[in-house]
Design a protein around this ligand. Structure first.
Ligand SMILES: Nc1ncnc2c1ncn2[C@@H]1O[C@H](COP(=O)(O)OP(=O)(O)O)[C@@H](O)[C@H]1O
Ligand SMILES: [Mg+2]
Length: 361
């Protein structure tokens, strides 16, 4: 872990009037850059050649650093260039997807907006679950082994595989039968079996709330909700049951896009309290807790019970649906607020109050 003093030294070498907001060119980069520009910052994009077209056609990055692989952000030359621009990096889903949480914590000597000590809490299902439990949220039940299965469960493989190889079973027998089928199709390997996570299957609709934990204002804000547009699971309902059986489909959850949701207002109290509780627990795990955006993955049942099954301690791509249009961000801040801009606003307020170090790690 990079020592606080080291980072403090880097930050004190920065010209606060000339900060540049930077991120890897993918995931929610446009969201982050647009927000930074609207709040008057310069921007830098670290991206692969193939993706550069995005940042040319939507010209929101003042500088583009082309790399062969996003992990090159750790190379000394790139880091030096970034520090030379007084860069503050905003981590998103591609950071932990391409670079391990350990390397991000230890080797990236460029200040990050957010709490990098929490990144390792979101990379494993076990630690996420512990965090959510500490926050007192309602979680789907977890099962230790297949012999315990007494209701529908969803079997998940380790790592974010976009639901590839996930399957549903409702008894030890059906579990073993499904495992056999999945191995036969090459969706699962023998070695995966001991690391498989068995979780109660909750019947309901997905709701993903987007929060912003403001250290400067001392409040957890609710900025919006999305649901996911996933292939192939969202395609299956379009064909009749008989055809589904005929085609012998194993649904996967590869994310293709996001859809905004406006929630029934009576659900807001619980979602607001959930955000506060997650931040309270995060403070215990790694003070000062979450700095900036975070998101929960939940399912809401027909009894309006909310089950949480995942947390991201950073911006999520679902917040892209809100660029310029979120009802909740509008209710709180007025027009045109969204996560990328809220990040830039937090940095601006931190600068104004001389509290920049409190929001960088
Ligand atoms: N306990 C559950 N009950 C019902 N559906 C679930 C449950 N857990 C996950 N899902 C569905 O499976 C998808 C992928 O699961 P998730 O745990 O988010 O895996 P990933 O690590 O790939 O993001 C979710 O978006 C959700 O639609
Ligand atoms: Mg997920």
């Amino acid at each position: 872990m990079i020592a606080r003093e080291d980072l403090a030294e880097i930050i004190s070498g920065y010209d606060p009037s000339r900060l540049t907001i930077g991120t890897i060119g993918s995931h929610s980069a446009l969201n982050i850059f647009k927000g930074a520009k609207e709040e008057g910052f310069r921007t830098v994009c670290i991206c692969e050649e193939d993706d550069a077209i995005v940042y040319e056609r939507f010209p929101l990055a003042d500088e583009v650093i082309i790399v062969e692989d996003p992990s090159e952000i750790l190379e000394e030359g790139v880091q030096e260039r970034l520090r030379g621009m007084n860069a503050v990096l905003v981590p998103h889903g591609s950071f932990t997807a391409y670079i391990s949480a350990e390397r991000l914590a230890d080797e990236l000597r460029v200040p990050m907006f957010g709490n990098r000590h929490l990144l390792r809490w979101e990379v494993s299902r076990v630690s996420q679950e512990e965090w959510l439990r500490r926050a007192g949220l309602r979680l789907p039940r977890s099962f230790k082994g297949p012999e315990e299965i007494d209701r529908p469960i969803i079997a998940k493989l380790p790592g974010a595989r976009g639901g590839r190889g996930y399957f549903i079973a409702n008894s030890p027998e059906s579990f073993h039968r499904r495992v056999g089928e999945m191995i036969g199709r090459g969706l699962l390997e023998e070695g995966d079996l001991e690391r498989i996570h068995l979780q109660e299957y909750v019947l309901g609709v997905n709701v993903y709330p987007h929060y912003f934990s403001s250290i400067i204002r001392g409040e957890v804000e609710l900025l919006g909700f999305d649901k996911r547009y996933e292939s192939s699971v969202d395609a299956i309902g379009r064909i009749p049951a008989r055809e589904q059986l005929e085609a012998d489909i194993a649904p996967t959850y590869t994310i293709v896009g996001n859809i905004p949701i406006t929630l029934r207002e009576s659900l807001l109290p619980e979602f607001l309290r959930m955000g506060d509780a997650v931040q309270r627990a995060a403070k215990e795990l790694a003070p000062p807790g979450i700095i900036g955006p975070f998101c929960l993955e939940t399912i809401v049942t027909e009894d309006l019970e909310i089950f949480a099954f995942e947390i991201s301690a950073r911006i999520v791509a679902g917040t892209n649906v809100e660029i310029g249009t979120s009802p909740y961000a509008y209710l709180k801040h007025g027009e045109w607020m969204y996560t990328g801009r809220r990040i830039a606003l937090e940095i601006k307020e931190a600068l104004r109050e001389g509290r920049l170090r409190e929001v960088l790690t």
